[in-house]
Design a protein around this ligand. Structure first.
Ligand SMILES: [Zn+2]
Length: 177
């Protein structure tokens, strides 16, 4: 039940393999609450458990984006899987809480359908188009350790690494020099 610091790249915890969640117990509900608190603290549209350093297969999406009422809680996606994605693509800039101030153009399917278990333990399906599809596929990437930097070349990756290391403060900058 707390805002936890978001893991920022390059941090190996973002590359951990994630593990399926069995039952929805108290510790899963606590993780869900931490994800909600941390996402809202950072004004994110979604966040994956791996971004809090927890390797369980779960992410959440902001309720309005997921087609719910804004007064509802964020939607939990537990053990999510893609059922189908459109051949039609979209290509626009994407951000990530683990890459503060970085935006990268990523080509993704325009529509996707995802099946997951909710925080109430009920399995549901959701179809997303445009930004929702982009968000669902972005969070799903997190669960397999795939990150925004995997969509760019080595030169841009080095630039991003420098920028994020600089953000961490003068101490980190000294260590790099
Ligand atoms: Zn992300």
């Amino acid at each position: 039940m707390a805002v936890r610091p978001v893991v920022v790249w390059p941090d190996d915890r973002l590359r951990q393999p994630s593990v399926a969640i069995g039952a929805i117990d108290a510790s899963v509900r606590a993780l869900y609450q931490d994800l909600v608190d941390s996402m809202y603290a950072e004004n994110g549209l979604g966040i994956a458990a791996l971004q809090l350093g927890d390797n369980r297969r779960m992410f959440i999406v902001e309720p309005r984006l997921a087609g719910r009422d804004e007064t509802e809680l964020p939607v939990a996606f537990i053990n999510p899987e893609v059922i189908e994605s459109s051949d039609e693509q979209q290509d626009s800039e994407e951000g990530c809480l683990s890459f503060p101030e970085i935006y990268i153009k990523v080509k993704r399917p325009l529509r996707t359908k995802v099946r997951a278990m909710g925080i109430d333990g009920v399995v549901f399906e959701i179809e997303g188009e445009g930004l929702l599809a982009r968000c669902l596929l972005h969070e799903l990437d997190h669960l397999s350790g795939k990150l925004l930097v995997d969509f760019v070349g080595p030169l841009k990756r080095t630039m991003i690494k420098k920028k994020l290391t600089k953000l961490k403060g003068a101490e980190a900058e000294d260590a790099e020099a």
